[in-house]
Design a protein. Structure first.
Length: 159
């Protein structure tokens, strides 16, 4: 009986000591995507789908039918976002996308750190997000993918 009590006490103590560290580690899920602005969209699509063998998860189109952005899927949870370059924009990496489980909790934690961040918005792909800039000027999209987001649908359909 004594060994059972000690075992249970050890479990409780471990949960109390490890719980806060897991909460901190569990805040972000991981890198979800890298946004790349491309000057030659069709050639970039051919390169990523042909040479690298990535599959198109989805494309969101502008009202004129041209691509607004395309998500190319590397694996279940990781994408490259191709964005046609805008006038005056230099082609290249535009941002990193980080997936979180709870955008509201993440925004609260970011604000608690002293960093200003806007309230979450909705992307054209129906994901909740905020954008912030790191100390070196790197744009970071922090995103939550609910069941209606195109990202979640692509991840759930991965085989």
């Amino acid at each position: 009986m004594r060994s059972v009590v000690l075992f249970v006490a050890g479990l409780v103590a471990g949960a109390v000591l490890v719980g806060p560290s897991l909460a901190q580690v569990g805040r972000t899920h991981g890198l979800n995507h890298v946004g790349i602005s491309v000057a030659h969209y069709d050639e970039a699509m051919a390169f990523y789908t042909g040479a690298l063998g990535l599959r198109e998860a989805y494309t969101i189109r502008r009202p004129d039918g041209g691509p607004l952005l395309t998500y190319l899927q590397l694996n279940r949870d990781t994408f490259i976002e191709l964005i046609p370059v805008q006038p005056g924009q230099t082609p290249g990496i535009t941002h990193l996308g980080i997936e979180v489980g709870d955008i509201d909790a993440e925004v609260a934690a970011i604000r608690a750190s002293g960093t200003e961040v806007a309230d979450p918005g909705l992307t054209p792909a129906n994901a909740r997000f905020v954008r912030l800039t790191d100390l070196e000027g790197v744009q970071i999209e922090v995103m939550e993918f609910g069941p209606e987001s195109l990202q979640r649908k692509a991840m759930d359909a991965w085989r």
